[in-house]
Design a protein around this ligand. Structure first.
Ligand SMILES: [Fe+2]
Length: 380
C-alpha cells in the first residue's frame, strides 16, 4: 500500500491573499513567480513596492520596446538590415526577433510577380494594416486588417495587396502551428471552427510566361522556374490548408471576478511558443478583483507583445505599431498610472498579439535600430 502524499502546498507566510489577484493586502503589490508560463507551480509574493521600481540596470538584461512605425520594410531595408530569407522587391520580410523555434518579421508586400514557399516553417501573418488577396496552391483568399493568415510549411503563395499602407507581422514557426484544446469550454468557444475561412479555387492568371517560385530553405532562397503558372491546381481534398480568422471573430474568455492569465487568450500553439490575442473585453467588475496584469518575471518564457489598435491599458506611452520584448529573468507589470486608471474604465479596446517563447530570443540589427533605449525607465 503506497503512502498517501501529504498536501504541503500551498504554503502561506505573512501577509497574503488566499485567492490570487483578489483582495490584495492593503498597500501591497502582487508578484507572480511561476513556472511554465501560467500553467506550472506558482507562488504569489506581496511586496511593498512595485518590483519594476528599479533605479538603474547594469548589464545586458532589460525590457525592450521597439517602434516599428518608421520601419519601412522595403527590399533595400531588408538587404541592409537582415539576411533571413527573401529580399526581393515585392516581398522582403525584415526579421526583428528570433530563436530556433520562431522568428518575428515585419513585412510590407507589394504586388509579387513571383511566388514564395517557406520550406523552413509555417507562416502566421497578422495583418496590422492593409488588405488584399492571397493566392495559394489551395486557391485564393482575401484578407483585411485584423486577420490572421495561417500558411502551412511548403505552401506556394503570393500576396496581391490593394493599394495603400501594408504592414504585416509575420510569425514564422519552425514547427506546426495548431490551436489549443478548448477543454471544458467546448469546441465552439473562443472562435467557432465554422468562422474559419479557407481558400477557394478560382480562375488564375494563366498567361504563358516564365513563373518563378522562391523557396526559402535554411534561410536561403532558391528560385525554381516554370513555363506555366504553378497555381494550376484544379481540385483538392484533405485537412491541411491555408486558413484565416479575424480578431473580430475571436471571443475572449473573461471572468467578472478574476483576472485571467494571458494563457486564457491563447490563439495558436506550436513547439516551445504560444501566440495569444488580447482583444476588446470588459474589465473584471468585482470591487476587490485586479483589473491589470500582476507583476511577474516570466521565468520560463520570453514575452513579446505587438500592439495593433486601441488603448493599451496596462502600458503607458505605448501606441499602435509598437512592440515590447520582456526577456526571462527581469520583471514586468503594469505601468504606475495603469492601476488607478483601470478603476475608472469598464472595458479595454486593445488589440494586441503576444508571442511567448520558451527559449530566449535574440534581436536583429533591424530591431535595435527601432529601439526606445529608455523603455526600462518607463515604470518610474
Ligand atoms: Fe507578461
Amino acid at each position: 500500500m503506497s503512502k498517501k502524499e501529504t498536501p504541503l502546498f500551498p504554503l502561506r507566510k505573512g501577509l497574503h491573499t488566499r485567492q490570487a489577484h483578489v483582495d490584495l493586502p492593503p498597500g501591497t503589490f502582487e508578484e507572480e513567480h511561476a513556472r511554465q508560463g501560467f500553467y506550472g507551480r506558482t507562488t504569489h509574493l506581496y511586496r511593498l513596492h512595485p518590483v519594476t521600481d528599479w533605479t538603474r540596470i547594469e548589464g545586458p538584461l532589460r525590457p525592450h520596446c521597439y517602434d516599428l512605425n518608421p520601419l519601412k520594410p522595403s527590399a533595400e531595408e531588408a538587404i541592409r538590415l537582415s539576411m533571413f530569407g527573401s529580399t526581393e522587391a515585392g516581398f522582403a520580410p525584415i526579421c526583428l526577433l528570433h530563436n530556433s523555434d520562431v522568428a518575428l518579421h515585419w513585412v510590407a508586400p507589394d504586388t509579387m510577380d513571383f511566388f514564395y514557399r517557406n520550406a523552413d516553417g509555417d507562416d502566421v501573418y497578422y495583418i496590422h494594416a492593409g488588405a488584399g488577396k492571397l493566392e495559394t496552391t489551395f486557391g485564393a483568399l482575401t484578407y483585411a486588417t485584423g486577420d490572421y493568415l495561417v500558411i502551412p510549411r511548403g505552401t506556394t503563395y503570393r500576396f496581391l495587396p490593394e493599394s495603400g499602407d501594408q504592414r504585416y507581422l509575420l510569425i514564422e514557426s519552425f514547427s506546426e502551428v495548431t490551436i489549443p484544446d478548448r477543454n471544458q469550454l467546448g469546441p465552439n468557444a473562443i472562435f467557432d471552427p465554422a468562422m474559419v475561412d479557407t481558400p477557394e479555387l478560382e480562375p488564375y492568371d494563366a498567361t504563358p510566361r516564365e513563373w518563378a517560385v522562391h523557396i526559402k530553405r535554411e534561410h536561403q532562397i532558391t528560385k525554381v522556374f516554370y513555363p506555366f503558372n504553378p497555381l494550376d491546381v484544379v481540385g483538392w481534398k484533405g485537412d491541411l490548408t491555408v486558413w484565416r480568422i479575424n480578431v473580430k471573430d475571436i471571443r475572449p474568455i473573461v471572468s467578472a471576478r478574476y483576472h485571467l492569465p494571458p494563457s486564457a487568450h491563447s490563439t495558436f500553439i506550436a513547439n516551445n511558443f504560444v501566440i495569444c490575442s488580447f482583444l476588446p473585453r470588459p474589465f473584471e467588475e468585482e470591487e476587490g478583483a485586479m483589473r491589470v496584469p500582476f507583476f511577474h518575471s516570466n521565468i520560463d518564457y520570453d514575452e513579446v507583445l505587438f500592439y495593433s489598435a486601441g488603448h493599451f491599458f496596462s502600458r503607458d506611452g505605448i501606441g499602435a505599431g509598437m512592440m515590447t520584448w520582456h526577456p526571462q529573468g527581469i520583471h514586468h507589470g503594469p505601468h504606475p498610472k495603469a492601476i488607478p486608471l483601470s478603476r475608472t474604465k469598464d472595458r479595454t479596446d486593445e488589440v494586441a498579439v503576444m508571442v511567448d517563447t520558451a527559449r530566449p530570443l535574440q534581436a536583429t540589427p533591424a530591431a535595435e535600430l527601432m529601439e526606445n533605449l529608455n523603455y526600462w525607465a518607463s515604470w518610474k
